[in-house]
Design a protein around this ligand. Structure first.
Ligand code: G3P
Ligand code: CA
Length: 308
């Protein structure tokens, strides 16, 4: 919790704390100001070029000028925060089973890079073989306040302690006060827990629209909004109570699930719009024309070329 920022000004003045208070407020304000500009969010790092959530993917994302590194979090058997997208190990490592069942030592023994060379021979690099899974602590130790982090709480119902552990880590490192973090989730409950722990952290509500099972229109995965065509201002305002933005999918099975009016209505209700995951230049340009405020992409270089 940001204690300084909540002190009454007179108390802060009496304690001689106005300088840090001002600096913290300025940093958070600067982050919110920056969010008014278009943001390039490197999805799992530059994961189109290198194995997701490994050092090569993050280093490339930084070289390519990403504004945020996107990180997905799970918890291991030791209760540490691991940066990995899937609940299970099979797709992106040579291990088998669930992340939550393994110690850090066991997870660190896995190869999290060779799968990429096999899946993407045209982008393969011998240096990727043997890349290791990372903890959130390691990523923060390496980059500190030099980058901004766009962190997703994955499967929060599976890890009830994840929100607290995450916020404590960010606070201990001063990253909230530095304006270095956004937290995103498909789970409204997870975001509300984070908001309760530290109301200064900017939050983004992820949404995923797909066809209803009965074939009647679209549904949002967790029911956080109605179908895009039926969203009211009150629906967006309910999200704006705790979040600064929404992160929608744009396409399902080749068909658009949102349109420009979704973006305009979200804006009218004070929400930023950061769609995921946009990898093709034509799609990037189309969404820029809709007025979105940033995009998650596996190819920050492609997006940088279009927005510059
Ligand atoms: O966080 C935005 C986007 O990454 C959500 O989808 O499955 O890639 O985490 P996913
Ligand atoms: Ca994600």
């Amino acid at each position: 919790m940001n204690i300084l920022i909540r002190l009454p000004l007179a108390t802060a003045l009496a304690l001689g704390l106005t300088a840090p208070l001002t600096a913290q407020a300025d940093a958070l304000e600067q982050q919110l100001d920056d969010l008014q500009q278009f943001q390039i969010i490197a999805h799992r790092g530059a994961s189109g070029h290198a194995p997701e959530h490994t050092w090569p993917a993050y280093e490339l994302a930084r070289e390519m000028g990403a504004d945020y590194l996107e990180l997905d979090l799970h918890m291991n058997a030791d209760g540490e925060l691991m940066v990995i997208h899937d609940t299970t190990l099979e797709r992106t490592t040579d291990g088998e089973g669930k992340v939550k069942d393994f110690t850090l030592e066991a997870l660190k023994a896995l190869d999290a890079g060779s799968w990429f060379n096999q899946a993407h021979p045209e982008r393969a690099d011998d240096a990727y073989a043997g890349a290791r899974l990372l903890t959130l602590d390691e990523v923060i130790d390496r980059y500190g306040r030099d980058v901004r982090y766009y962190i997703e709480t994955k499967s929060p119902e599976r890890y009830p302690e994840l929100q607290r552990a995450l916020v404590e880590t960010l606070e201990a490192e001063g990253l909230v006060d530095a304006g270095s973090v956004i937290i995103q989730s498909f789970s409204r409950d997870s975001l509300e827990q984070v908001h309760e722990l530290n109301a200064d952290i900017p939050l983004v509500q992820l949404v995923w629209y797909s066809p209803a099972e009965d074939g009647d229109g679209l549904v949002e995965w967790t029911g956080v909004t109605p179908a895009p065509a039926e969203i009211t201002d009150a629906d967006f305002q309910a999200i704006a109570e705790y979040a600064v933005g929404v992160g929608p999918n744009v396409v399902y099975d080749g068909e658009d699930v949102i349109d420009k009016s979704f973006v305009e209505q979200a804006h009218a209700n004070g929400l930023l719009v950061h769609p995921y995951t946009i990898n093709e230049p034509e799609q990037m340009q189309r969404l820029l024309d809709w007025g979105v405020d940033g995009m998650f992409t596996n190819f920050p270089d492609r997006l940088r070329e279009i927005v510059e």
